[in-house]
Write a protein that binds this ligand. Structure first.
Ligand code: ADP
Length: 423
């Protein structure tokens, strides 16, 4: 190959590498794509690897390569100073080990376990006959080594290959540094989101909890008044109100905590066989105990399947929807929980005869913090988190949630769960 041909090839390869670096790939894929471009330009290269220093394990580990069995090579872990990688890293400059003797000399201190991995990864006990390696670093920060090897020869690397290999190693260093900066930026963004969430949660918490707290304070101060001798009935009534407001606070706190867990992707599912009708009955009884004005009916077909789901979260879905059915039908009435079977999924509907929701308010119904802004609604305590939580849980199970409603007639909230969860 003439010098001009060689320069042309190198220029072409560098353009290709630069193009590859703009691809939206994960770092290991990106490095693999880059090292592939070296073959064909540095012709004697039969194998090559990017060895990166891993601070946690205190070892150089391969993160890309060609010519090796990469699965086997991934077992390689070189200590500081060990073998060619360790020496070139310490030297901080591109090195060429011309002869088999020079290579053997540089590899002399390679531990037997690593030697065995190399032999398996190359499919041969023979040591490379010529090795070319360049440090990968950004400024003073050393990251690893790019190493090329000829195994059988006869073609060998030449001094002319050294600048090209160092340029490729520098491009690899930039890609690694860019990846590191992107990870840092992601972490900062996540931290900012979490901070925003914390202040949102605090604002909602203090605003929404003020109403029940004020009521509790009012009723208990009244009960404590020395100058009033409350009748037994009145005292009972006040205590019931206090209990009711405590329940409201508890359910709001649960919503706020659940919602913040979902926001930071902490909706951890522990699936197990679940009888949905059983959960429906449990929650219905729980809610019925708190109201005399409503009559709750549970109606599931006997053939309703057992599903693989997380009972704690499914219970929370029922609670949130059923709490609303009671809250938003202050006049009382019938609440029906019904289960239906469809070919591919099951559907649960919770229907009330309450104040209903207008068509325009149905659209944002499942969005965080959305609350219908009507004078009646604003009197009813809530966080605007119950339905978004229910949606996150249902969707995490692979289902869907939706609503139908007519103002002054009532609301039906539906959710489906795929039968794939059936066991
Ligand atoms: P909240 O804590 O405010 O009840 P949700 O997310 O559970 O929050 O509900 C959002 C809003 O949707 C409520 O504020 C209410 O305006 C409306 N809503 C939900 N369920 C019903 C229902 N069954 N009947 C009428 N309005 C409802």
């Amino acid at each position: 190959m003439t010098d001009v041909e060689r320069l042309q090839r190198e220029l072409y390869a560098l353009t290709e590498v630069a193009k590859t670096l703009t691809l939206p790939l994960e770092l290991p894929e990106l490095l693999n794509a880059v090292v592939q471009k070296i073959i064909g330009v540095i012709e004697p290269a039969e194998a090559g690897a990017v060895m990166l220093w891993d601070q946690d394990s205190g070892l150089f580990r391969p993160s890309a390569g060609f010519g090796y069995n990469l699965e086997v090579l991934s077992e390689l872990g070189l200590r500081a100073g060990e073998s060619v990688t360790g020496k070139v890293f310490d030297a901080g400059k591109v090195c060429l080990f011309h002869t088999p003797d020079q290579v053997a000399n540089a590899m002399e201190d390679m531990r037997p376990s690593n030697r065995a991995v190399m032999a398996r990864a190359l499919g041969s006990e023979a040591l490379p006959c010529c090795t070319l390696a360049a440090p990968i670093s950004v400024g003073e920060h050393k990251l690893g080594v790019l190493i090329l090897e000829t195994i059988r020869g006869p073609a060998m690397f030449s001094n002319g290959d050294m600048p090209f290999l160092q340029t490729i190693a520098d491009l690899i260093a930039l890609a690694i540094d860019r990846d590191r900066l992107a990870t840092q930026a992601d972490a900062i963004r996540a931290e900012r989101r979490a901070e925003r969430l914390r202040s949102e949660v605090l604002a909602t918490l203090s605003h929404e909890l003020r109403m029940p707290l004020t009521a509790i304070q009012g009723f208990s101060s009244a009960l404590l008044l020395d100058e009033v001798d409350w009748s037994n009935d009145k005292r009972q009534e006040f205590l019931r109100m206090i209990e009711q407001e405590c329940n409201n606070m508890q359910s709001m706190l649960t919503d706020i905590l659940d919602s913040s867990m979902i926001e930071v992707d902490q909706l951890i599912m522990e699936r197990q066989p679940v009888r949905i009708p059983f959960i429906a009955h449990q929650v219905a009884e729980e809610v019925q105990r708190r109201t005399d004005a409503h009559h709750i009916i549970v109606d599931f077909p006997a053939t309703f399947p057992i599903l693989e789901a997380d009972p704690r979260w499914i219970k929370q879905v029922f609670r949130n929807i059923l709490d609303n059915a009671v809250k938003y039908s202050s006049q009382g009435g019938l609440i029906v929980i019904r289960g239906e079977l469809r070919p591919n999924d099951v559907v649960v509907v919770i229907a009330d005869q309450g104040i209903g929701i207008s068509p325009e308010d149905l659209i944002p119904l499942f969005e965080r913090y959305f609350r219908v802004r009507s004078p009646t609604n604003l009197q009813i305590p809530g966080t605007g988190l119950g339905l978004p939580i229910a949606r996150a849980i249902v969707e995490a199970h692979g289902g869907r949630i939706w609503a139908e409603s007519k103002l002054s007639e009532g609301t039906s909230i539906y959710f489906s769960l795929p039968k794939m969860l059936e066991i």
